[in-house]
Design a binder for this molecule. Structure first.
Ligand code: UD1
Ligand code: CA
Length: 452
């Protein structure tokens, strides 16, 4: 059965004290709203409508694959749901409502929550949690028989109610038609002068509807982010979750406390991650690699059996059996083929490096196509920029570039060609030729004696 989801993300996020809309703040490398959307999709949601307001334009630009509705004025969570009424005019059955600031929700929890609601035949079910510190959350008040009575917000709570640890997670399943019929009836007579969504539950109850309570097994999964301190706590928690998942799948993480792996990163079996390593964005790493210490990979695709230490690589591809570092910078648009060795202060940008080639020390290679089995000597520089345009350098298979060579692009070095150390190459070097492009050495006999 299809499931429709409404996500509330229009709030100002006042407590974040930020120019960025709260729901775009990242947790484990991904905007918190995106985490919520992904959790809903993973739980079988087939349509997500997101209510936006504060920073609406930026949210729309950043998040894709969902529908948006605008809540012009942020008058509370109940008002936010009401602003999406038209989007659900044709809907029937269950609607899942989530907040955009609860990024630790898991698909598994939401799946179980929705399943429990559907089998209970309640008009609404609220997700709750036993929070170690419930401060800031709405509290669940139950009748003597344990059934739902009402939700009281922190700001409306008496000291007695504040002691209750069972909190409202801000996630609900509703019968969609009953929800929108009741929403018009909620008021804003409360401490914040807002239209509270939880008040719909009271209206349901007064109308004799059954309301279910579903308590999350792990309270941590329901935490809401209102402040930067909570943001960091959520980030830590999600990173630990990610690292545990990787370790359970056969990845060694030598020191999880100093390793930072974003949610969507994938790592193969028997790869070892050493300390101070940052694996970010859409990075994918194969099997049997040794990554770190001190490596930062952003949106990298890396094959099997790759070794990298003390290096920064972004938006590039590395094939199998490659060695990187120390102090390598691989920049966007670079493809490094099998068995390449790159070491000691080398920068490569927008270039292809062929199988088995060696760039062992102090090179800058930009806008270049380097063939197979090429040896590039220490200190070689491609002069790819003439101050106006970028030009390409081509180096054929098995060429040998002597130390301290300048390759002034556009220029081609043929297969098997040799370049003498210290040359500045401005003309093409044909296949198997030796190019010498430096002034000849002169030795002046007894020069020291003559000087006296
Ligand atoms: C809300 C709940 C509280 C619950 C907590 C769980 C209400 C009244 N309170 O409190 O019971 O324990 O979440 O984390 O619902 N939003 C809008 N438009 C608005 C106001 C809010 O879209 O006019 C969105 C926000 O962007 C946010 C979500 O709704 O993603 C929750 O709003 P927030 O202000 O954070 O509510 P809490 O005070 O945390
Ligand atoms: Ca919140």
């Amino acid at each position: 059965m299809s499931l429709e989801t409404l996500i509330l993300a229009a709030g100002k996020g006042t407590r974040m004290k930020s120019k960025l809309p709260k729901v775009l703040h990242k947790v484990c490398g991904k905007p918190m709203l995106q985490h919520v959307i992904d959790a809903a999709k993973g739980a079988g949601s087939s349509r997500e409508v997101v209510v936006i307001g504060s920073g609406a334009e930026l949210v729309e630009q950043t998040i894709s694959g969902v529908e948006f509705v605008l809540q012009k004025e942020q008058l509370g969570t109940g008002h936010a749901v009401l602003s999406a009424k038209k989007s659900f005019a044709e809907s029937k059955g269950t609607i899942l409502i989530l907040c955009g600031d609860t990024p630790l929700l898991t698909s598994k929890l939401l799946k179980n929550f929705v399943a429990a609601h559907k089998s209970s035949h309640c008009a609404a079910t609220v997700l709750t949690a036993a929070m170690p510190d419930p401060t800031g959350y709405g509290r669940i008040i139950c009748e003597d028989d344990g059934t739902f009575k009402k939700i009281v917000e922190e700001k409306d709570a008496t000291p007695e109610i504040k002691k209750i640890r069972e909190t409202n997670a801000g996630c609900y399943c509703f019968d969609v038609e009953k929800l929108f019929n009741a929403l018009d009836k909620i008021g804003n007579d409360n401490a914040q002068g807002e239209y509270y969504l939880p008040d719909v539950l009271t209206i349901f109850k007064n109308a004799g509807e059954k309301i279910g309570i579903f308590t999350a097994e792990y309270a941590d999964e329901t935490i809401g982010i209102n402040t930067r301190i909570q943001l960091v706590a959520a980030d830590k928690s999600l990173r630990m979750r990610k690292e545990r998942e990787l370790m359970n799948n056969g990845v060694t993480i030598v020191d999880p406390n100093t390793t930072f792996i974003d949610t969507d990163v994938k790592i193969g079996q028997d790869t070892i991650i050493y300390p101070n390593t940052y694996l970010e964005g859409k990075t994918v790493i194969g099997e049997d690699c040794k990554i770190g210490p001190d490596v930062r990979f952003v949106n990298m695709t890396v094959g099997d059996n790759v070794t990298a230490h003390f290096s920064y690589c972004h938006d590039a591809e590395i094939y199998n059996d490659v060695t990187l570092g120390p102090y390598v910078h691989i920049r966007p648009g670079t493809k490094i083929s099998d068995g390449v060795k790159i070491g000691n202060f080398v920068e490569i940008k927008n270039s292809n490096i062929g199988e088995g080639s060696k760039l062992p020390h102090l090179q800058y290679i930009g806008d270049s196509d380097v063939g197979k089995g090429v040896n590039i000597g220490c200190g070689t520089v491609t002069c790819n920029y003439d101050g106006k345009n970028k030009h390409r350098t081509k180096i054929g298979n098995n060429a040998f570039i002597g130390c301290n060579t300048n390759l002034v692009a556009p220029v081609n070095v043929g297969d098997g060609a040799y370049i003498a150390a210290g040359s500045t190459i401005t003309k093409d070097v044909p296949k198997n030729n030796l190019a010498v492009a430096r002034s000849r050495q002169t030795n002046i006999v007894n020069w020291k004696d003559k000087r006296k």
